[in-house]
Design a protein around this ligand. Structure first.
Ligand SMILES: C[S@@+](CC[C@H](N)C(=O)[O-])C[C@H]1O[C@@H](n2cnc3c(N)ncnc32)[C@H](O)[C@@H]1O
Length: 214
């Protein structure tokens, strides 16, 4: 049998550049937004698509934190940053579309800049709903579909964008998908990040509640 040193599928270059490409945005607005979003997280928390661990410094006083990241190159970047977390972290290689956790096992799920990238967003949201306890919260910051002519430009550029940015889709109506999965959106802020061409990547920050049991 031949052994191969090749890693499972991942995006080596994207993972290598991710923190450098995002550094200005973290300083300008994402760091503050992550802190605000994650101050709402309580109890047992699952973060999907944790990437290089940009959210880790902002978690406080949790009972349990699982950060899932299926890309081995991203996990390589994430591991050294575990020291920045103020809560113990369990790292998982779980794919958000097939989470290896029992129904109702988390009080909150965190998704930041990941629902744009999971190949099957509906499947991932259904899994998020399943692993949340009834009434549990989905906390999110995502870039989403624009309106009118800008959305049509997003559609046109999507194939190239997806190839350049590790599977990211610029044109997903993520809030609609969250609602169609059965969540009730309880807070929502739509904003354009303070960067050039921001209208092309409108963002949303918010929280949505999983349906109560019954
Ligand atoms: C743009 S990065 C965002 C990383 C991080 N959440 C952040 O806020 O900086 C998108 C992440 O989604 C992850 N991802 C892609 N497909 C996924 C899937 N099916 N399940 C979970 N995560 C996935 C990628 O590996 C990548 O780490």
């Amino acid at each position: 049998m031949r052994c191969s040193a090749r890693k499972p599928e991942g995006h080596r270059l994207f993972a290598a550049l991710y923190d450098r490409l995002g550094a200005a945005a973290e300083r300008a607005y994402m760091g503050e937004r992550r802190a605000r979003l994650l101050s709402e997280a309580r109890g047992a928390v699952l973060e999907i698509g944790g990437g290089t661990g940009a959210n880790l410094p902002y978690y406080r006083n949790l009972e349990r934190l699982v950060v899932s990241e299926p890309d081995p190159y991203m996990r390589e970047k994430l591991r050294p940053r575990l020291a920045e977390a103020r809560v113990p972290v369990e790292v998982s290689d779980a794919d958000a579309q097939a989470l290896p956790f029992a129904d109702g096992s988390f009080d909150a799920v965190v998704a930041t800049l990941v629902l744009c990238t999971v190949p099957d967003q509906r499947a991932a949201l259904a899994e998020v709903r399943r692993v949340l306890r009834p009434g549990g919260g989905l906390l999110f910051i995502e870039h989403v579909r624009a309106e009118g002519g800008t959305a049509r430009w997003q559609d046109r550029i999507e194939p190239l964008w997806r190839r350049l940015l590790a599977g990211c889709h610029p044109n997903r109506d993520t809030v609609a998908a969250i609602e169609e999965t059965g969540f009730r959106v309880v807070s929502l802020e739509r904003f354009n990040p303070p960067v050039p061409l921001a209208g092309f990547t409108p963002h949303v920050q918010g929280a949505a509640e999983a349906p109560a049991a019954g």
